[in-house]
Design a protein around this ligand. Structure first.
Ligand code: ATP
Ligand code: MG
Length: 356
């Protein structure tokens, strides 16, 4: 190992269910990669979600938020579980996650969907359609219909129950530029908020002549994603469309246990987490696939700390581990070596140590 030259503080939020299992593995990978790249991490583990509810009565304790705000980056496992499902809204683990995103002022959620050659058979699509898919969905995270007011339940003039929500977009919320081919997804033929969105994206894109911009209506985008996903490089869209399209894109890869995500703001620490939930059905059984969290740690290095070399080390190690045939249950197919969460982590460490 080289002498540490760079120091970063990382807040770890293991959370619930399989969260602690996958975070432990990802932490070890970060440590090893750091030692090879002259990076020293200081890790701070804080309670969050259901674990924090049981401990402190709230899903995001103040100490957890302030630790996250002071850190260079935040790595989250997963939150939630049956135990807290019936809680009131302000006492739900998921509410803590919304508060964390708000507290960190992250507004762009990046979700890559890559079909790895080793796992092409996991795809829900035909092999020739799925092969080579490598796209990223950028979702606006803090605005739109999920937060717009007025909202609520009411009664219409006929006395029937109604529920209503409002989509509000002000221009500063529009996601930042990406490189290469950018497809902006909206519903500008129907929604005023989308018309504003399209206008802003077009204006911003004109400042980046190297970015090739196209627009697509969300209904068409949903269709194109399963018809011919290779046409997409970067998709940028609002909160609700991004919620739906990024879940759809994740199914193209077919491996929820493989998919990382990043949430970034203008400045300040980014939030990195696997897209999967706490998987209570397999929690505590050493069955979880830790690769989504390990790849989230790679995104943390790349997008959060600007440590591209260290990020590449992790990505290559994951590919190497898959090439050597190691699979957790969720991505297992005959002929491969079935391993648990811990063993998968150990194999990734070996791959980091001696890349092919
Ligand atoms: P949430 O609402 O938090 O997204 P969920 O119940 O909708 O949670 P997950 O918790 O992601 O979804 O679980 C969905 C299914 O995928 C479960 O059967 C779970 O066991 C499986 N799963 C999720 N993550 C992993 C993983 N890392 N490794 C293996 N299986 C996983
Ligand atoms: Mg879910």
């Amino acid at each position: 190992a080289t002498t540490p030259t760079k120091r970063y503080s990382i807040t770890l939020l293991p959370g619930d269910g399989i969260g602690p299992e996958v975070i432990t593995v990802a932490k070890n990978v970060l440590k090893l990669v750091g030692s090879l790249e002259g990076i020293e991490f200081s890790f701070q583990e804080m309670p969050m979600g259901g674990a924090a509810l049981d401990l402190t009565g709230v899903p995001l304790p103040e100490e957890t938020l302030s630790a996250a705000q002071r850190a260079d980056a935040v790595l989250l496992g997963a939150i939630g579980g049956y135990k807290w499902d019936k809680n009131e809204k302000h006492l739900k683990p998921e509410t803590g996650l919304l508060q964390l995103r708000e507290g960190l002022k992250v507004f762009a959620n990046l979700r890559p969907a890559t079909v790895l050659p080793q796992l092409v058979d996991s795809s829900t699509l035909k092999k020739d359609v799925a092969e080579g898919v490598d796209l990223i969905v950028v979702r606006e995270l803090t605005g739109g219909i999920y937060f717009g007011k007025p909202r609520g339940f009411g009664t219409n003039e006929k006395g029937e129950d109604i529920g209503f929500n409002t989509e509000v977009y002000s221009t500063h919320e529009i996601a930042r530029k990406r490189r290469g081919q950018l497809c902006s997804v909206d519903k500008a033929n129907v929604l005023e908020a989308s018309m504003l969105w399209r206008k802003r994206v077009t204006a911003i894109a004109s400042e980046y002549p190297d970015v090739e911009l196209s627009h697509m209506y969300v209904d068409n985008a949903a269709m194109q994603l399963v018809r011919y996903p290779k046409q997409f490089d970067t998709i940028v869209t609002n909160n609700i469309f991004g919620d739906i399209l990024s879940d759809e894109a994740s199914m193209i890869t077919g491996s929820i246990g493989m998919l990382p995500s990043a949430s970034l703001g203008e400045s300040g620490p980014g939030l990195f987490e696997p897209i999967h939930g706490s998987a209570p059905d397999i929690a505590g059984q050493d069955k979880a696939n830790p690769l989504a969290t390990i790849l989230s740690a790679a995104m943390l290095l790349k997008y959060g700390l600007g440590e591209a070399n260290a990020a590449n080390r992790i990505e290559n190690a994951v590919l190497d581990t898959l090439n050597r045939g190691f699979r957790t249950g969720d991505i297992y197919s005959t002929g491969n070596k079935l391993v648990g969460c811990k063993e998968m982590g150990e194999e990734v460490l070996k791959s980091v140590d001696s890349p092919v």
